[in-house]
Design a protein around this ligand. Structure first.
Ligand SMILES: [Zn+2]
Ligand SMILES: [Zn+2]
Length: 401
């Protein structure tokens, strides 16, 4: 199919895509259970020739479009969940709820994926293979993609999909510019929780107590030092303690101190190394002072690793369908995390960023994703729809050729 036709057909879908996006934006839902969002998506998909699978452990929806010719399968994802935060954009379609906002653009992802399902359904007969549409909840820290994998996402077609593609909008990039990179694109993110236990007492007589507060301070510094001595300078890693809590007043030594932090890496090897290192430093620094410390690591998302071949393929497709200037390589990975990483551990594919900076703002200065003031250029959704559809159909076609 001609790529020009694909983009103009995607543009024709823009009004209904914008309407769906705004309906989702007005009523954002958070987490793995998004009943109203699911109902809106199902209504939008109604009438399309999709085989629908409604997941039970989450509000996930899987739609399968079987093309008119035999061939492989590809998986396309749009995430559907919002964030617990107020919205302060003054948009006419701003959140109707005080404490939830679609501040990461997942409303655009969902609407674009519905648009792609429409576009590809209209071309069903000429598709050489199968397209699996994954509408996932719980991306914002709740492992929605993992739940969907556990519930058989990849077994919905046999054999399994041979490619996987997701788009994430960002207000930091000019509208409709596509950006991605081969290899690690986003970080792993694990939570660390530390409890240091000493012995409380009078602040005037620390020698009679076992004070956890200086130990907490030593631990922060020892961890940051150890990172620079133990991990190669060429391996990005971030450990940030975002919270330290201890004590009640000025003249009491508390019994315990608690610390919380995040560990971000760009390789699974470094990730495991840092986990072991943290445990060693934290327990032994406390022991050196005669106190006891315990570390609890809550594993978050793995590193998001783009397949190099698939990344190059998407670059070609994007240049073809959106124009030769449409792709700008992402020069460095981002230390945020994505649960699309779970899918990319199983199927070669990528996540591409799609610029959606509003025309009245400047990329790089516009409010970022997760800001209470973030806005996105809805016109970029036409590019997103065309890109989803083109990547899917080209993947099926190249496999068959
Ligand atoms: Zn987010
Ligand atoms: Zn997101």
């Amino acid at each position: 199919m001609s790529s020009y036709q694909l983009l103009s057909d995607a543009r024709a879908l823009l009004p209904e895509t914008v309407a769906l996006r705004r309906a989702l934006h007005r009523q954002p839902e958070v987490g793995n259970h998004l009943p109203h969002t699911r109902a809106k998506v199902l209504a939008a998909l109604d009438g399309l020739p999709l085989d629908l699978h409604l997941h039970e452990t989450t509000s996930g929806i899987v739609g399968v479009l079987t093309g008119g010719r035999p061939g492989p399968a590809i998986l396309l994802r749009g995430d559907m969940d919002a964030l617990n935060m107020p919205e302060n954009t003054d948009l006419e379609y701003a959140s109707e709820f005080e404490s939830t906002m679609h501040a990461c653009g997942h409303d655009l992802h969902t609407a674009m994926l519905v648009g792609a399902a429409k576009l590809l359904s209209a071309r069903k007969d000429e598709l050489p293979g199968t397209v699996v549409f994954m509408f996932q909840p719980g991306e914002e820290g709740l492992h929605g993609a993992r739940f969907m994998l556990d519930e058989g996402l990849l077994d919905v077609v046999s054999p399994r999909p041979t490619g996987a593609f997701a788009i994430h909008v960002t207000a930091q990039i000019a509208s409709s510019i596509v950006s991605h990179r081969p290899g690690p694109e986003m970080a792993s993110a694990d939570e660390i929780h530390v409890t240091i236990t000493g012995r409380g007492g009078h602040a005037s007589a620390p020698h009679l107590a076992a004070d956890p507060i200086p130990v907490a301070a030593h631990i922060v510094l020892a961890v940051e030092t150890a990172l620079t001595r133990e991990i190669s300078a060429l391996e990005p890693v971030v450990v940030t303690f975002g919270k330290i809590a201890a004590g009640t007043t000025h003249n009491v030594i508390p019994e315990t101190a608690r610390m919380e932090g995040t560990v971000r890496t760009l390789s699974e090897e470094v990730r495991s190394h840092v986990h072991v290192m943290l445990d060693r430093i934290i327990t032994n620094v406390a022991a050196a002072h005669g106190l006891h410390a315990e570390l609890d690591i809550v594993p978050g998302y793995p590193v998001t690793v783009n397949d190099a071949g698939f990344a190059a393929f998407v670059t070609n497709v994007a240049n073809d369908v959106l124009g030769p200037e449409a792709v700008v390589e992402l020069t460095a990975p981002i230390m945020g995390a994505e649960d699309w990483s779970y899918v990319l551990q199983k199927i070669p594919g990528i996540m591409a960023f799609l610029g959606a900076c509003p025309p009245d703002l400047v990329p790089g200065e516009a409010p970022n994703n997760h800001s209470n003031r973030v806005r996105f250029d809805e016109d970029a959704m036409a590019s997103g729809i065309a890109l989803y559809a083109a990547v899917a159909s080209e993947h099926l076609n190249r496999a068959g050729s």
